[in-house]
Write a protein that binds this ligand. Structure first.
Ligand code: GLV
Length: 324
């Protein structure tokens, strides 16, 4: 009797070895090994015949890709918590389960958010550029002053797993916490963080640091545009480690140029990897290349969770972390 056919898992990028090992135990693995984003045509060819595809946030998973995979496709396991790259309705129409990787990247992303808050408020990168430039400088009473965090208000947009970890860390720096979220956080979370829920208008007007942690959806696209930036304090700092299109990048560049807000720390961009050309020209902006979850431990945990999701779906046990 012929051995039962092993399912095919397709990986659109090279994943950590431990995740690949899990998949190899459960089936065959076909993987694109290049580090850079895979060109669309190659991606469509790669997924043909897959029962499960493990995708990255730069892979557009739409009807075209789902059809290129074929009718045997049962799972798209996105190796990211955000899944704005996936057309969930098109997947559902084809009976394809979509999963993401919530939870495992909260700490790393919160750490990077604090790094951006500190880098912007204490002018770390600007100082590094000055020292490297070889230009003269000396300690001075009024030299390169930033702003302290003690007693300042951190406004969090989206108090999910990442937003809560950011709030916990910020409290250790003496910050007060307020948030805006579609749903009210559980009472014990609010109490533990001493966090006040506010309408966005009030949060914009009162926050000293505004940090974005909401998913990208049609409702949150350009949530922060020219009007919202104008409503912020001129001393305020905007930090975005969520998704680029939540902020109107052109409006942000204009606000920073005109000193309508003090600084911005960005990990994500509207049209990654393109960055609005005025931003790198500005001293009051810290720019990092989408590194929120980029630690060895976190990327390993994300890939393993995606692998376990795909295996669980194909074995009939259902997804561990389906998207909602
Ligand atoms: C990273 O940006 C993620 O959504 O996991």
């Amino acid at each position: 009797m012929a051995a039962p056919q092993r399912p095919l898992f397709v990986l659109t990028n090279r994943l950590p070895e431990s995740a690949v090992a899990l998949l190899r135990e459960a089936g065959e693995v076909r993987s694109d090994e290049r580090e850079a984003a895979i060109p669309r045509r190659d991606l469509l060819d790669l997924v043909a015949g897959a029962e499960a595809v493990l995708t990255l946030l730069g892979d557009r998973v739409d009807a075209e890709l789902l059809d290129a995979a074929g009718p045997q496709l049962r799972c798209v396991a996105n190796v990211a918590v955000g899944y704005d790259n996936v057309d969930v309705a098109a997947a559902a129409e084809r009976g394809v389960v979509v999963t993401n990787t919530p939870g495992v990247l909260d700490e790393a992303t919160a750490d990077l958010t604090l790094a951006l808050i500190l880098a912007t408020t204490r002018r770390v990168v600007e100082g590094d550029r000055l020292v490297r430039s070889g230009r003269a400088w000396s300690w001075g009473m009024h030299f390169m002053l930033g702003g302290g965090l003690q007693g300042k208000l951190l406004g969090i947009v989206g108090l999910g797993g990442i937003g809560r970890r950011v709030a916990q860390r910020a409290r250790a720096f003496g910050m007060r916490i307020a948030y805006h979220s579609r749903h009210r956080a559980p009472a014990e979370v609010e109490a533990g963080l001493e966090a006040e829920r506010m309408p966005l208008e009030r949060l914009l007007a009162e926050a000293d640091v505004l940090s974005l942690h909401c998913p990208l959806t049609p409702e949150t696209h350009h949530l922060i545009g020219a009007a919202e930036l104008a409503a912020m304090k001129p001393s305020a700092v905007l930090v975005n480690t969520a998704r680029g299109p939540v902020v109107d990048e052109g409006a942000l560049a204009a606000a920073l140029e005109e000193g309508r807000i003090a600084a911005a720390g960005l990990d994500v961009y509207e049209r990654e990897p393109h960055v609005e050309r005025r931003l790198p020209e500005l001293d009051n902006v810290v720019l990092v290349p989408h590194l929120g979850s980029a630690t060895v431990e976190t990327r390993t945990a994300m890939a393993e969770l995606a692998a376990r999701n795909a295996i669980s779906v194909l074995s009939g046990q259902g997804p561990l972390t389906p998207v909602r």
